[in-house]
Structures are given as structure tokens and as C-alpha cells.
Design a protein around this ligand. Structure first.
Ligand SMILES: [Zn+2]
Length: 374
């Protein structure tokens, strides 16, 4: 016969215990009998329906009817039962849902030797892979990785890197400024960093020489997107500061790095250039690792090196003493220390390495393109 809530005549602890044990055992038995969603709804209504559910009856027949001095204890007991009933009702609903959505039942044959459902983990993006390769070459030389904010101040992005006040790079034609800052002093105005070089200053402010850092990161310029330009791209930059660092150290380090990246047969070649933050400055070329420096691929001209046999790969130079002046108080006295810096575009190197002819492909997120690197 189905369980019904009966009035209590005895409010002693022992009697309460007996009555609630009887109720809970009925609850268990009925919950085990639930075999379908329809069963569950009946079960739920019988126990927790506001109108005449077992819990409601319990409230009326036990709690409201209890004499004043027993109310506290009966109340506690009713609350415990309520929590338990709600739990069981909820759990049995969950079991019904599992059956409904096809979770294996006892009658199914389970083949435990079948592989589980695997989630594909994706592949490294070619630009990230290239960045990591470059970074790891320098890490093996003892460089540590340094990073900094993408939203920078004019001070870190330009001023402390020895850009003169009217340098064209400071123009909105070239640089993406954050809007609404007219009221701020020039050097505090925020912009999207145009190179990773501000991290040089930020690191020198906090770490004393000797210093060897490699700086990967995204940078932004006001360039409309085309096959070789993107308003967002990736740089890897490096800085070494110590006593007696010479241009010979720069050449030796970068020559080693290029051989590690492109193969031991590549040659390097430096041409004078100009950057505000290095003096002297150079552009470094590597012998074309696609045509082996011949400028030809069979009978065809080699396009990546424009038939010259050389590919421009990075900018570099000796740190300008004016840059050290900004961090002089942290041990960078330009009379005592010297250093070199270099920076390269990871996207451009990835284009060359993987023979991709449009930089936009890197950022469009087309899985057909990206799957090639899986
Ligand atoms: Zn070539």
C-alpha cells in the first residue's frame, strides 16, 4: 500500500525518528520504481507538488499540528526531510534524462576496447610556429623572453626610442592612436604600439645590465590590408646590453641565428640603414634559401628574392647612446655600457618559409588554409 503521511500523536525524539525513517524508506522505494519520464512526473507531483504533495502534507500534519514546545524539533526534522526529498526527486529526473538522451543502458553491449571520443587539439598557427622558432634560437643563446603592453604611450613607443618630435611615424597616417586624448600631454597619449621596441625601454627600466632579451609580440600600423600588409602583424625583437658589446657581436649573433633558422648554408650580408634608436644601423640580408642564392628556380626567376639571391630579413644596429640616456639611472650609462638591437617581422618570415603569397591568409581564419599545418 502506498505511503501516506499520518498525524503524529507522539512528539518524542524516538517517535519522530521512526516516522521519518518510514517516510524516507517509502521515498527510496518509489524513486527506484521510476522508469520513464511519465513515471517521474507522477513521482515528482506526489512528493513535491504544492497542492497536497507529501511535503505539503508534512507541513500541515506534522509541523502546524505540533504543540508549541515540540515545534522546534519537528521543524528541524521536516526541513531535513524536505532537503532529502528534493534531492531524490531531482536525481531521479537526471537519470530519466540520461536514458532519454541515449546514455548506454545495462542492456547495451559496451566494447571497452573502442577508442574514446577524441577532441582534435588543432595545430600551431604558422606565424606562432615561426615566432616560437625564432624565440627558441635566442633562448638557446641565453636570452630571456620579455613582453609588454600592446597599448602604449607615445613616450615608450617614440620618445624614449629617440624619435624626434616631428618624425613621420608619429603621424596618424602611420600610427593608430586611441581616440579622445587631445587633453593629454603628447608623451602620455595612448596608441597601438607600432613595434615591439617599447619593451626594450620597459625592460631596461626594471632590469639592470647585463641584459639579453628577446621580445615577441603583435604590433599595429595604419596600413590598409593587402597581400603584403596587414594593420596587425608580429615582430620578434632582441636586445643585448653589456660592457664592450661591439658590432662584431651583433654580426656573429645574427649570423648564427639565421643559420639556425634557415639552414647552415645561408650567408648573411649587412647594408647601412637608419633607425632612430640605433647608431650605426643596418639592414641584414640572408642569401635566398629558396633558390640557394642563384636568383633562379630552374628556368624561372626566383620571386621571393626578386632574382637578387638575397632576402632582406631584419633591421638592426648598435643601441643609440641617446636611448640609454632615458634609463641611465638604472645602470645604463652610455659611457659604460653598449648594446645591439634587432627586429624582424615574424609574418614575413613565415610567408617566406612556408611559401605563402598573401599575408591576409594568416588572419582570415579559413580552416582550409590552416589545416595544412595540422
Ligand atoms: Zn631566391
Amino acid at each position: 500500500m502506498a505511503y501516506t503521511v499520518s498525524k503524529l500523536t507522539d512528539y518524542s525524539a524516538a517517535a519522530l525518528e521512526r516516522a521519518s525513517a518510514e517516510l524516507l524508506s517509502a521515498l527510496e522505494q518509489e524513486s527506484v520504481a521510476v522508469k520513464s519520464e511519465a513515471d517521474w512526473k507522477i513521482f515528482r507531483d506526489r512528493w513535491v507538488a504544492r497542492k497536497n504533495g507529501v511535503l505539503t502534507q508534512l507541513n500541515d500534519l506534522w509541523l502546524k499540528a505540533a504543540p508549541k514546545d515540540a515545534k522546534r524539533e519537528v521543524g528541524q526534522r521536516v526541513n531535513e526531510i524536505k532537503t532529502r526529498v528534493e534531492d531524490v526527486v531531482e536525481k531521479s529526473e537526471y537519470l530519466q534524462l540520461e536514458i532519454a538522451t541515449g546514455t548506454p543502458q545495462a542492456s547495451d553491449i559496451v566494447d571497452i576496447t573502442l577508442p574514446g571520443a577524441r577532441r582534435s587539439i588543432g595545430a600551431e598557427h604558422p606565424v606562432i610556429r615561426t615566432t616560437n622558432e625564432i624565440v627558441s634560437v635566442f633562448q638557446k643563446l641565453g636570452y630571456s623572453v620579455a613582453e609588454g603592453p600592446v597599448i602604449e604611450t607615445d613616450y615608450y613607443n617614440f620618445e624614449a626610442l629617440n624619435f624626434p618630435p616631428n618624425h613621420p611615424a608619429r603621424d596618424t597616417q602611420d600610427t593608430l592612436f586611441i581616440a579622445g586624448q587631445a587633453a593629454k600631454a603628447g608623451r602620455e597619449r595612448l596608441l597601438l604600439r607600432t613595434h615591439t621596441s617599447p619593451v626594450q625601454i620597459r625592460t631596461m627600466e626594471t632590469m639592470r645590465p647585463p641584459l639579453r632579451i628577446v621580445i615577441p609580440g603583435t604590433v599595429h600600423r595604419n596600413d590598409p590590408p593587402d597581400a603584403s600588409h596587414s594593420p596587425m602583424f608580429h615582430q620578434v625583437e632582441g636586445l643585448a646590453v653589456d660592457t664592450n658589446i661591439t658590432f662584431g657581436d651583433l654580426k656573429g649573433t645574427l649570423d648564427h641565428a639565421m643559420k639556425a633558422l634557415f639552414g647552415s648554408s645561408v650567408k648573411t650580408h649587412f647594408r647601412p640603414s637608419f633607425f632612430p634608436f640605433t647608431e650605426p644601423s643596418a639592414e641584414m640580408f640572408v642569401s635566398c634559401f629558396i633558390c640557394g642564392g642563384s636568383g633562379k628556380r630552374g628556368a624561372e626567376p626566383c620571386r621571393p628574392c626578386k632574382q637578387t639571391g638575397w632576402i632582406e630579413i631584419l633591421g638592426c644596429g648598435m643601441v643609440d647612446p641617446n636611448v640609454f640616456e632615458f634609463v641611465k639611472d638604472n645602470g645604463y650609462d652610455p659611457k659604460k655600457v653598449s648594446g645591439f638591437a634587432f627586429g624582424m617581422g615574424a609574418d614575413r618570415i613565415a610567408l617566406l618559409k612556408y611559401g605563402v603569397d598573401d599575408i591576409q591568409l594568416f588572419f582570415q581564419g579559413d580552416v582550409r588554409f590552416l589545416r595544412q599545418w595540422a
